[in-house]
Design a binder for this molecule. Sequence first.
Ligand code: PMP
Length: 362
Amino acid sequence: MLRNTVSSIAKRAYSSQPVISVSKPVDGFVGAVGNTPLIRLNRLSKETGSNIYAKAEFMNPGGSVKDRAALFVVKDAEEKGLIKPGGTVVEGTAGNTGIGLAHVCRAKGYKCVIYMPNTQSQEKIDLLRMLGAEVYPVPAVAFDNPENYNHQAARHAQRLENAVWTNQFDNTANRRAHIETTGPEIWKQLDGHVDGFTCSTGTGGTLGGIARYLKEKSNHKTKIFLADPPGSVLYSYIKSGGTLIERGGSSITEGIGQGRVTENLKPDIELIDDALQIPDAESLKMIYRLLDEEGIYVGASSALNVVAAVEMAKKLGPNKNIVTILCDGAYRYQSRLFSKKWIESKGLTDAIPEHLKKYATL
Ligand code: PMP
């Protein structure tokens, strides 16, 4: 009797989820990278009249979209014979590529050295060290300054035997990760019905690689929008049809915004149809909304991407499938994004609606 009841409940539960997808066992950390779920954001979809889909890159085994690029740049170095067993991987990073690399290095038996701007969250530095990386937080200076974190990383690799600077910004193995994995996954998950894709860029690998794949598969029908934070030059670059205008300003978003067109974005920049600039207040509010309304706990670049997806849905009209990226979880920034004091120091207290202020508990 009890068994019957249980099995009928089980049947009912399963009937509301007609397809159970299980994947085969994978080979180590490296095998677990990619194949992330595509989440329909239900409230925002209802609000816009389109389907807003978000690729859950925070579910990669190292916790961010950058696990894919980390894996591809290391494989590229191995294939080119630039690194041998026991060698050292050196990289300049806002943190997430470093975290991906630190995981890949542990799994493959390499040492890992990371240079990052000292403006980044303590959580990322702590995690890198816990993963065994040697970390150098350095002053945040522009790319054309020889003391920029990337150039320091390059020089560090030159000083070592059997070491490679993976150069995520200009090494196009990064964008290849998204042409060969993220793009095809999105296409397959929506059976080829992708009307729009938008995301922000750091190296440009995610946007460039996915744009390339989706444009080719859709015969250039899928629209591609850049989502840019304040202080980045790419928004005005796209809007002006290719002029690099130096602009000041900063943003609470970490890991995105760019002062130049990187080699990872260059081959695909002509595929970008339009650009959106998202103010920090909108991104911060969306972090709290995603938590409250969708139960999803993500960082500021993910939230900025979702704001852009909503704007894209409004621009393209109803009944579209719009896709964006949830780059990483909020765990990496919680001492900032959920701290009343930090939010106040950024002048963003009013960005969070009254009913969502209860989540700022730190
Ligand atoms: N979001 C976060 C949190 C990141 O760390 C990064 C990479 N720095 C990005 C988005 C952008 O990814 P990409 O480098 O592929 O442009």
